[in-house]
Design a protein around this ligand. Structure first.
Ligand code: TMP
Length: 240
């Protein structure tokens, strides 16, 4: 058996090289962290749930014209992806106020936003992934103004598609985080993952602020039943 070269190990995934320099393998781990890794744990089956959910969502988005790094799901915990140079940005889209938006603005949890809010964060653990302004994006040369506009437009289109998709699963898409990268031909591709680790997802069948949570907030805030929430998202997503 050939030993694969590990290129990078993050908090929730490992990236391996393949014989083709343009193709990598992402392995989804059960490890979970929150609050910039101050809280650590493991969610049994999370790797498999997130790999299946992400694969399905990337396929759906690709079918709607979104260029993504996804090639194929190759095992329970693994997907083949195109090699990209990841932009050091976390692009967050919010439909409903939750999380850091509530903490930083005082908006009550659950407030419907009049239009989707797109935010850029600096992907830098040492700095705690700070919120960026347009001027800071330019100052740090993280993206040109044209690239920022392109990212914003892609993020909004992805939000439109995912909102409709999750609604078919009786799930409300509250907010989510995206990452993008450039492939060897300088094409901008949606990358990383889309899963209950990176989205806030509320069960439409419940109004209870704790019961409705089907995402990593269950782990972040010790709400219990974390595995069953992830499993429920996978089962619903795979049916659509
Ligand atoms: P926030 O409210 O904590 O800023 O999170 C906004 C969205 O981004 C939420 O869906 C969770 C996701 N997210 C990540 O995927 N990774 C992170 O490191 C953080 C802080 C949030």
């Amino acid at each position: 058996m050939t030993v694969r070269q590990k290129l990078y190990e993050g908090k929730a995934k490992i990236l391996y090289a393949t014989d083709d320099p343009d193709v990598l393998v992402t392995y989804f781990k059960d490890d979970a962290t929150a609050f910039n890794a101050q809280k650590r744990g493991s969610i049994e089956g999370k790797g498999a749930f997130n790999c299946a959910i992400s694969s399905h969502l990337f396929k759906q988005l690709a079918a709607s014209g979104i260029p993504t790094h996804f090639i194929a799901q190759t095992s329970v915990n693994e997907m083949q992806v195109r090699a990209v140079t990841i932009l050091p940005l976390e692009v967050v889209v919010r439909n409903i106020a939750a999380g850091s938006l509530c903490q930083q603005t005082g908006l009550p949890l659950g407030t419907d936003l009049p239009q989707p809010l797109v935010e850029f964060y600096y992907k830098n653990d040492a700095l705690g992934d700070p919120l960026l302004t347009d001027d800071r994006l330019q100052l740090l040369q993280l993206a040109t103004p044209a690239q920022v506009e392109h990212l914003r437009a892609m993020a909004l289109k992805i939000n439109d598609l995912l909102k409709v998709f999750f609604a078919q699963c009786d799930i409300t898409l509250v907010d989510f985080k995206l990452e993008f990268g450039f492939d060897r031909t300088q094409q901008l591709l949606l990358a990383d993952e889309i899963s209950p680790d990176t989205c806030r997802l509320w069960n439409q069948a419940s109004d209870d602020p704790e019961q409705r949570v089907l995402d990593k907030d269950r782990f972040r805030h010790d709400l219990g039943n974390v595995e069953s929430a992830y499993r429920q998202v996978m089962e619903r997503v795979l049916k659509v």
